[in-house]
Design a protein around this ligand. Structure first.
Ligand code: AMP
Ligand code: MG
Length: 319
């Protein structure tokens, strides 16, 4: 791990290069320090979950420098445009429908058709996003279950060797995670309260729904997200072999090559690679003319815990 002052000559360019090559960079935003990765790189996004030790795949927020960088990612409606004009850059995250050719990793959306986006208002974050030239996913730079970091030292204490570079830029001014507003449905819904208040929002776009459950870091547990992606096809777990009509999601060497629909999560049994492929493969399997999706066993260690959590949800009987 390297710590560089964000004002040291060349530090922003160095950080941008690390992000572009798939590395992890912690950087200050006005809310908290974020653990950044190239949002378009599945493996880099998977590395975030591994570094944080998250036991499930919560969707992540994609950060960009300006509206021009946002338009290829999501569909902005009138409400979003209004909020963008008045409250961005700032501590507000909008959940919007993904654009048809959205380049952001499906893993960052936890397989959903929506994407959470934000334009932060911190000079270091903005300079880094501009220099990187790609959307950057950046959950709080702490181990899962620990308090969000508001100084570079907090990041170093928690993540130390798990991050390639920490850009040190002083203390975060807001110190609270961003307000999250879901605009993917006709009713605007506050998902997480933050520095931008319900009143600020409704003054601009009218009534905003809020279902309580105040001040938690994750207002909706990922599994409770109503729109959480579930494959159409039934899912069978711990399947060492597949039938000829099943898609087979394999992990490690394939034991039964009879399925014409093999999708390898990782030939070498690499959990980061498997996480990077998971949501894309589930979607591909759904598009096959198959009767179901058989999944080889995944070890319940490291990222395997989050992968298995997601697979168990996918395998639950549907109503
Ligand atoms: P953070 O850990 O501060 O990066 O916040 C990420 C949180 O944003 C997640 O835990 C979700 O609660 C929320 N979120 C991100 N993307 C979405 C989405 N597409 N739909 C609903 N909530 C989202
Ligand atoms: Mg957090």
């Amino acid at each position: 791990m390297t710590v560089l002052s964000a004002t040291a000559p060349g530090s922003i360019d160095r950080a941008a290069q690390i992000l572009q090559s798939g590395g992890l960079v912690a950087f200050p935003t006005e809310t908290v320090y974020g653990l950044g990765a190239d949002a378009t790189n599945d493996t880099a996004v998977a590395a975030i979950y591994a570094a944080k030790g998250r036991p499930e795949f919560n969707p992540l927020i994609a950060h960009v420098a300006d509206l021009d960088a946002l338009s290829p990612l999501v569909r902005l409606d009138d409400r979003a445009a209004m909020l963008a004009t008045h409250l961005w850059p700032g501590p507000l995250t909008l959940v919007l429908p993904r654009a048809p050719a959205c380049p952001v990793s499906l893993l960052a959306s936890a397989g959903l058709d929506t994407l959470a986006v934000r334009i932060p208002n911190h000079p270091v974050a903005r300079a880094l996003l501009r220099a990187t030239g790609r959307p950057v996913v950046a959950p709080s730079a702490n181990l899962s279950g620990k308090v969000s970091p508001t100084t570079a030292q907090h990041v170093a204490d928690g993540l130390a060797e798990k991050v390639d570079l920490i850009l040190a830029g002083g203390r975060c001014t807001v110190g609270l995670e961003s307000t999250i507003l879901d605009l993917s449905t006709p009713t605007a819904t506050l998902l997480r309260p933050g520095a931008v208040t319900l009143e600020d929002l409704s003054a601009l776009i009218g009534p905003v729904a809020w279902h309580g459950n105040a001040a938690t870091d994750t207002p909706i547990a990922p599994g409770q997200l109503k729109s959480h992606y579930a494959p159409q096809l039934p899912v069978r777990l711990n399947a060492l072999t597949a039938t000829t009509t099943e898609a087979h999601l394999t992990f490690g060497p394939t034991l039964s090559p009879q399925s014409p629909f093999i999708l390898s999560l990782s030939d070498t049994g690499d959990l980061t690679e498997a996480a990077a492929n998971l949501f894309a493969h589930l979607r591909t399997a759904d598009s096959f003319p198959c009767t179901g999706i058989a999944v080889m066993p995944i070890p319940e260690t490291g990222l395997g815990v989050a992968i298995n959590d997601r697979l168990r949800r996918a395998a639950e009987p549907r109503s």
